[in-house]
Design a protein around this ligand. Structure first.
Ligand SMILES: [Zn+2]
Length: 232
């Protein structure tokens, strides 16, 4: 198909099967993909002060954690929640890749993307991953890696224990549940390294803490945390 015909064909498909923004559900136009231009510009970002004071404070006991970065501010029933639902429950991992690339671009503009050796995603238990078909944090890691050039792995960290949903549990209960849930598959790829640890959402930090503990045990030198969203 030549280029002009392809354009007409895409417009024709848009009329028959309108593609919608995964954040605000309005119809996408022309070259827009997954998230409309207005949302890309106006989705609520987490501000730097909040990252430094509140989010970093969730890992106050770990001197190895250098900085904590979260991209979007999560509110119930808001556009960011729609994006997370598309990513986690509607089978659209591309949303995670796209948001990962957007996050790095904005961090590079502000010159705050850290130097690191490796990006690691918080793993799902193999059973949960099989149900979903993918790990949403892998998609986010892939997007971060694509723009930053830092390699990523979804196999260095492993989840060895299947845990039920943590909703309704206190912070202390969540932290206890997460102890001994994760393992490092190849400690030599972590020892002495600067690691970026990534997850979809930062709430209490208990899941990330479970990963941080085993990474530090394996001799990781320093850590940065990056998540797609956090409540602000
Ligand atoms: Zn939109």
């Amino acid at each position: 198909m030549n280029a002009k015909l392809a354009l007409y064909w895409n417009d024709f498909l848009d009329i028959l099967f309108p593609r919608c923004c995964e954040a605000c559900e309005t119809a996408l136009l022309g070259n827009e993909k997954l998230i409309c231009t207005a949302c890309r510009i106006s989705l609520p970002r987490i501000d730097a002060g909040f990252q430094k004071d509140v989010l970093r404070g969730k890992f106050a006991g770990n001197s190895e954690v250098q900085e904590v970065f979260a991209f979007l501010a999560f509110t119930k029933k808001g556009r960011v929640q729609h994006l997370l639902q598309a990513l986690k429950y509607k089978g659209v991992p591309e949303v995670g890749i796209l948001l990962g690339t957007m996050m790095v671009q904005e961090m590079q503009e502000r010159k705050c993307f850290p130097e690191a050796d490796l990006i690691l995603s918080v793993p799902l238990h193999p059973k949960r991953k099989a149900e979903r078909g993918y790990n949403q944090s892998d998609a986010f890691a892939e997007g971060l890696s694509e723009i930053s050039g830092v390699p990523w792995s979804g196999v260095v960290l492993q989840r060895t224990v299947y845990t039920k949903t943590q909703t309704g549990k206190s912070k202390i209960e969540r932290r206890e549940t997460m102890q001994g849930v994760f393992a490092v598959n190849s400690p030599e790829s972590v020892a002495g390294k600067k690691i970026i640890l990534v997850d979809d959402v930062l709430t209490t930090g208990a899941t990330l803490q479970g990963c941080i503990d085993v990474l530090i045990e394996s001799g990781c030198r320093s850590l940065y945390i990056m998540t797609l969203a956090a409540a602000q």
